[in-house]
Design a protein around this ligand. Structure first.
Ligand code: FMN
Length: 176
């Protein structure tokens, strides 16, 4: 997709059909994740986990509902695929640089999904599963890794259309 069209078409999707994405689509999305910038080039401190198992997706939702104390909250948004991005703790802490890096990975994948005509949404709320040992165990994370961001992806119930992006959306000042 042409760059300006891609920018104007990208949006958060929160309603998906049951149809799973194809392996080729998944591969293209993961490749986009691997193309993202990561602070200090520490790619070994990032892990992507593809979750397509319905039972684990449901468990993530259950853990997030408990984490937010909101029975109506949906973390996965009913998407058939969630790609969890986890980062390594350093000296017992997760650095803001690594959270930013995970954000870059997710955003790259979000754009790739848009390019493929799929719906997707950034899930900061995946952090709510950090209270659930069961979810953390089932994600098979490397030692010392914690989920900090995720992308829900699937076939959108309503395909995204190009929209106008007003330059006033984010306040900007220019210092000359
Ligand atoms: C860091 C970050 C965390 C987000 N977390 C969630 C989330 O947990 N659930 C969700 O539905 N949307 C989430 N979003 C999507 C935003 O709500 C969305 O990007 C914003 O409302 C603007 O809408 P748009 O993406 O359609 O332009 C997140 C976005 C970002 C950048």
């Amino acid at each position: 997709m042409e760059w300006n069209k891609l920018m104007a078409t990208r949006k958060s999707c929160r309603e998906y059909t049951d149809e799973q994405i194809t392996d080729e689509q998944l591969k293209a999305i993961l490749k986009a994740g691997c193309a993202a910038p990561v602070a200090r080039g520490k790619f070994e401190q990032v892990q992507m986990t593809v979750v397509q198992d319905k039972a684990l997706l449901d468990l993530i939702d259950t853990a997030a509902k408990a984490g937010y104390g909101d029975e109506n909250f949906s973390c996965t948004r009913g998407a058939p695929t969630v790609i969890v991005v986890s980062v390594a703790e350093e000296q017992g802490q997760i650095s803001p640089m690594m959270i930013a890096s995970a954000g870059c990975v997710v955003q790259n994948m979000h754009l790739a999904a848009t390019d493929l005509g799929l719906g997707s949404v950034y899930l900061g709320s995946i952090q709510a599963v950090n209270n659930s040992f069961e979810v953390l165990y089932k994600l098979k994370l490397k030692d010392g890794f914690w989920p900090v961001a995720a992308l829900a992806v699937g076939n959108a119930k309503e395909p995204a259309e190009e929209r106008a992006i007003p330059m006033t959306k984010i306040f900007t000042n220019i210092i000359e």
